[in-house]
Write a protein that binds this ligand. Structure first.
Ligand code: COA
Length: 257
């Protein structure tokens, strides 16, 4: 266990468990650091054949820790400290299969990281949101490309701009998830899926993934989004959004342009 991430390796499967349930598994810079390091290790280590993401508690993750965003918005920290970026790049470049087990809410990167997973087992009543406009931000993790490609422009726009949620069943229907299941079965099915993949010929699995997903193109979109995301973090609109979250009130963007 390091920095709210539990790490376990068994039978070729590296399981990375988000373990900060009291804060709804909101991802801190330290957590991203651990996840990025583990993905780097998994990519090189031949004994790791599959990565499995799962989460403790009642939700997958409430997304990026808003205090880390706020530190950049107020100028307390430079935008370069945003540790989500190396994690997103590591995900976009990861050559081996990634499996995810998702229950409850998955907000922001909790949704966008699923676009980089090869098998997603999700609770039927899970709630996926990526309300970037409400935070005065823009999509990340190549989701401005990958989500419309999967959900269609109008549905993706509703998620990004209107803050609409999709449930687990919808995620399965649009191809964002492999299977929507009763919540109690999600982790076991994901583990079984990861083990099944770990027993397959890794060379073939890696070639299939490389053919299906052009990682250089994905990285190019990530870089473009990150530049805009970092700039947006420093806007008065974003500062108001993060302040409102801390003060548990609705943001007021009416006087900002
Ligand atoms: N960053 C930092 N802390 C967060 C957080 C986040 N993204 N999401 C939740 N938390 C914290 C809350 O501040 C609260 O802390 P406290 O107990 O010290 O007050 C704790 O986690 C529980 O959250 P709470 O809001 O009471 O839980 P909930 O079940 O009522 O609502 C969410 C859950 C996910 C709907 C809600 O917390 C939320 O909207 N979070 C922000 C999501 C977000 O915008 N993420 C950024 C995406 S880019």
């Amino acid at each position: 266990m390091t920095e709210h991430i539990r790490i376990a390796q068994e039978g070729g499967v590296l399981t990375l468990t988000l373990s900060r349930p009291d804060k709804k598994n909101a991802l801190t810079n330290a957590m991203y650091g651990t996840l990025t390091r583990e993905l780097g290790r998994a990519a090189k280590d031949p004994t790791i054949r599959v990565v499995l993401f799962e989460a403790e508690g009642d939700m997958f993750t409430a997304g990026n820790d808003i205090a880390d965003f706020a530190a950049i918005a107020t100028g307390a920290k430079p935008a370069e400290t945003l540790a989500a970026h190396p994690f997103i790049l590591a995900l976009g470049r990861f050559p081996k299969p990634i499996v995810a087990a998702v229950q409850g809410n998955a907000v922001g990167i909790g949704l966008t990281m699923l676009l980089h997973c090869d098998a997603v087992f999700i609770a039927e009543d899970a709630r996926l949101t990526a309300p970037f406009a409400d935070l005065a931000l823009v999509p990340e993790a190549a989701s401005s490309w990958l989500l419309p490609a999967c959900a269609g422009h109008a549905r993706a726009y509703a998620i990004f701009a209107l803050g609409e949620a999709i449930d687990g069943r919808t995620a399965e229907r649009i191809g964002l998830a492999t299977a929507a299941l009763p919540a109690s079965q999600v982790k076991a099915r994901a583990k079984e899926g990861a083990r099944t993949l770990a027993a397959k010929p890794m060379g073939a699995l890696m070639e299939i993934k490389a053919l299906m997903r052009d990682s250089a193109a994905v990285v190019a979109v990530i870089e473009k989004e990150t530049e805009r995301f970092a700039a947006r973090l420093k806007t008065p609109e974003a500062a108001e959004a993060f302040k409102a979250f801390a003060e548990r009130r609705k943001p007021d963007f009416s006087k900002l342009s």
